[in-house]
Design a protein around this ligand. Structure first.
Ligand SMILES: Nc1nc2c(c(=O)[nH]1)N[C@H]1C(S)=C(S)[C@@H](COP(=O)(O)OP(=O)(O)OC[C@H]3O[C@@H](n4cnc5c(N)ncnc54)[C@H](O)[C@@H]3O)O[C@H]1N2
Ligand code: MOO
Ligand SMILES: [Mg+2]
Length: 420
């Protein structure tokens, strides 16, 4: 008789692998290459921004006290003593009745305490000496971008773990990070098992299928920010499979196999764990799909035996592998973000085990809607194409109606959350 496995709750299975998490390594890479990587250190302002007081407009720098007598019929005149553009440093200090012609982004000259825009100034010349006049009073500090008004030196700007997007990059460049310290991508190995598997470029043959899981897992690994190494597909043969698994463990941080973990006559993964002497953390989880998902520790590395059934394999990766990769990439919120959504169509199946339904989340009029993205069977591959979420239907529930509120895990969200 086939071995009877005792299912453990999903949360407990996640806790068991979570205990095995490893901190990742860091590396420096060029700022041009760091998109979508995660910062491995806090970005702290090494200087104030701006680092000098500057003009927000093209106009004139003057002393506000010189405008006190100005009015609609009372222009006050200034002698223009210098002319500077952005990048030039003013050389002259302003005294009573003097102005500097100044462009946007240029440093404010000593003595000046406000900027008047060109649009409110009259300009003229007298004996080739330029002058300007204005007909309104100015306040001290008016139209001046003060040193440090945006950011003070020493301020924490972006915490470690943040994904580098265009805005983060602008900040990195502002503070001179030509090289950026990022979390090194962990390397995850992939082995597909199954005598029935054809390569993606092979014609279909009787009884055979193309290996879709290896490509799917590689893509999930990439989506979660890690690197993968593909060790190929193996026939269901014990010795050769054992050798490949044993050697692969040496070359990766985490190893994933797909297929061969159940109780079939050609499911060799359990025997491989045995021969390795790996400590099996679980081999049955109270969930659908993916109940056969297995995790084991070999040396200081985790070995995942994901199901061969495509949807079960997919869900197993997202629930049990992804959070550890996120941790090693220093994401402070390594778990999938969970939100509430309104179910758009009925889901009549009962759920003896917690069910993770491949689903499509849409946003309409500020509300989150969800519906299954296709056939809800473990062996189905096509429903994965439109899945951007997993609907979580707790074990013991008897089916759901359209309009019910359900929880969903967002698969393409970058923020995540702190707990499962
Ligand atoms: N007597 C029992 N039979 C089964 C049980 C059980 O508890 N008792 N569990 C079922 C469940 S649930 C699942 S899920 C599957 C898990 O099977 P395995 O993980 O052992 O995977 P395989 O047997 O190798 O393959 C299952 C299925 O998936 C296809 N497959 C495999 N690899 C790939 C791939 N790389 N790309 C695409 N499809 C793949 C394979 O052809 C099979 O159809 O076991 C149930 N049986
Ligand atoms: O491990 Mo299976 O996915 O529950 O059909
Ligand atoms: Mg099997």
């Amino acid at each position: 008789m086939a071995e009877l496995r005792k299912p453990i709750p999903v949360k407990e299975a996640i806790d068991r692998v979570w205990e095995q998490r490893r901190d990742g390594y860091t590396e420096y890479i060029a700022i041009t290459d760091c998109d979508n990587r995660r910062l491995a250190e806090d970005v702290v302002a090494s200087h104030p921004v701006p680092s000098f007081p500057k003009s927000p407009y093209d106009g004139f720098a003057i002393r506000s006290e010189d405008t006190q007598g100005a009015g609609r019929n009372q222009p006050v005149s200034f002698k223009v003593i210098e002319h500077i553009g952005a990048g030039q440093v003013p050389e002259k200090q302003l005294h009573k009745g003097e102005a500097t012609r100044i462009m946007t982004g240029a440093q404010i000259p000593a003595g000046a305490d406000c900027i008047t825009m060109f649009e409110i100034c009259q300009t003229y010349e007298n004996d080739e000496q330029p002058y300007m006049s204005i007909k309104r009073k100015m306040d001290s500090g008016q139209n001046i971008i003060e040193e440090g008004s945006e950011v003070a030196k020493g301020e924490l700007l972006i915490p470690k773990g943040t994904i580098i997007n265009p805005g983060v990059k602008a900040v990195l460049a502002t503070f001179g990070y030509s090289e950026v310290k990022v979390s090194k991508k962990p390397v995850v190995g992939i082995i597909a098992t199954g005598t029935e598997l054809l390569d993606v470029d092979e014609e279909l043959q009787p009884g055979k299928i193309r290996n879709s899981n290896a490509y799917m897992i590689a893509s999930q690994i990439t989506r979660s920010g890690a690197d993968y190494r593909y060790f190929g597909k193996l026939k269901d043969e014990f010795e050769a499979s054992y050798e490949t698994v044993f050697k692969a463990m040496d070359e990766v941080d985490i190893l994933i196999t797909t297929g061969g973990v159940s109780v079939g006559d050609f499911d060799f993964m359990p025997a491989i764990y045995d021969k390795l002497g790996a400590e099996v953390l679980f081999n049955k989880v109270a969930m659908r799909p993916g109940s056969v998902t297995t995790a084991a520790v070999f040396g200081d590395k985790l070995l995942y035996g994901l199901s061969g059934n495509p949807s079960a394999c997919y869900v197993g990766f997202e629930l049990f592998v992804r959070p550890l990769l996120q941790h090693s990439l220093s994401n402070q919120n390594p778990f999938l973000r969970r939100v509430k959504a309104e179910l758009l169509e009925e889901f009549p199946k009962a759920n003896p085990f917690t069910r993770f339904v491949r689903s499509s989340v849409t946003y309409e009029n500020g509300r989150i809607h969800v519906q299954p993205s296709g056939i809800d069977k473990s062996n189905v591959v096509t429903s994965l194409a439109y899945a951007n979420a997993l609907m979580v239907l707790p074990g013991g529930t008897r089916g759901f109606r359209a309009g019910d509120e359900v929880e969903v895990l967002l698969l393409e969200d970058q923020e995540g959350q702190g707990e499962f």
